[in-house]
Design a protein around this ligand. Structure first.
Ligand SMILES: NC(=O)c1ccc[n+]([C@@H]2O[C@H](COP(=O)([O-])OP(=O)(O)OC[C@H]3O[C@@H](n4cnc5c(N)ncnc54)[C@H](OP(=O)(O)O)[C@@H]3O)[C@@H](O)[C@H]2O)c1
Length: 265
């Protein structure tokens, strides 16, 4: 199996690389992987060494996904290096925290460039190879694509746009046999969110609002990504997999005054 994973050095990205490998091995395949980060060296080299030790034919790639030309270049390099492509996981994403009243226009544009436009440009660059393999695209959206996240400015609008972009791609490219789906994680503990979870009080309060009673892990997300990318999801396209421990549907349970048990007589 040949795959490109962006944001590969991040929490969900690294777990996805490892899970794609487990899935490939279970099918008797070797994973050829283009592991992409924003910059060369450092964390990327360490990741590639770790993946190589697992038996993955891993290749380090780098591109600033805020740059349109770099997205096209990355897709072309990945296809060339892997000699084709079965799976594109568009995982890289950023948050620029500021309420909309205060958000810089440049920050709005950067969030949309990385969290939305990059997926389109990577997909377009990989389209011919994915059509040849009848491959799959999985993009990492967020529960913030379904519910506004006050204070996070452009993040919810961008992730919502990413969801529609993928549904649009799913329709336009279904005839080529390319499946396109999103995974929308809820509260996941990764380097992006680690500063919040290091605060014990925030950790406990966040766990309390998740019906399953715990914060998600990168592996929780990676297993869903690998499933959507693989042949067991061969008839699935244009869907969003909300992966949030029940958080999104918990809203009505928070309304005070609703009887939860029979009233005392
Ligand atoms: N953690 C959560 O609770 C959560 C919830 C919902 C959705 N998500 C989404 O899940 C995805 C992965 O997030 P994560 O939690 O694993 O965060 P993370 O550990 O911070 O990983 C994000 C990755 O995005 C890459 N990236 C950022 N800017 C980039 C750029 N300009 N060019 C190329 N790559 C860039 C980073 O690469 P470098 O390190 O090389 O810069 C990093 O590896 C994101 O799309 C995020 O929005 C996360």
């Amino acid at each position: 199996m040949k795959a490109l994973v962006t944001g590969a050095t991040g929490g969900i990205g690294r777990a996805t690389c490892l899970e794609l490998n487990r899935a490939a091995q279970a099918r008797g395949q070797r994973l050829v992987l283009a592991a992409a980060a924003s910059k060369p060296g450092g964390a990327l080299d360490e990741l590639v060494a770790e993946l190589t030790a697992q038996g993955i034919d891993a290749h380090p790639m780098h591109a600033d996904l805020a740059d349109a030309a770099a997205c096209a270049r990355l897709a072309a390099e990945a296809v060339e290096c892997c000699d084709g492509l079965d799976v594109l996981v568009s995982n890289a994403g950023i948050v620029r925290g500021a309420p909309l009243a205060m958000l810089d226009v440049a920050d709005w544009d950067t969030v949309f460039a990385i969290d939305v436009r990059a997926t389109w440009l990577l997909a377009r660059g990989a389209r011919a190879a994915l059509a040849q393999s009848r491959g799959a695209i999985v993009a990492i959206a967020s529960v913030a694509s379904l519910y506004p996240f006050p204070g996070l400015g452009a993040y919810s609008p961008a992730k919502a746009a990413l969801g529609m972009l993928c549904r649009q791609l799913a329709q336009e490219w279904a005839a080529d046999g390319i499946r396109v789906n999103t995974v929308s994680p809820g509260l996941i503990r990764t380097p992006l969110t680690e500063p919040i979870y290091r605060n014990e009080a925030f950790l406990r309060r966040r766990e309390e609002v998740v019906p399953l009673g715990r914060i998600g892990t990168p592996d929780d997300v990676a297993r869903a990504v690998a499933h959507l990318a693989g042949p067991d999801a061969g008839y699935v396209t244009g869907i969003d997999w909300r992966l949030d421990g029940g958080l999104g549907d918990h809203i009505l349970a928070m309304i005070p005054g609703v009887p939860r048990s029979p009233a005392p007589s």
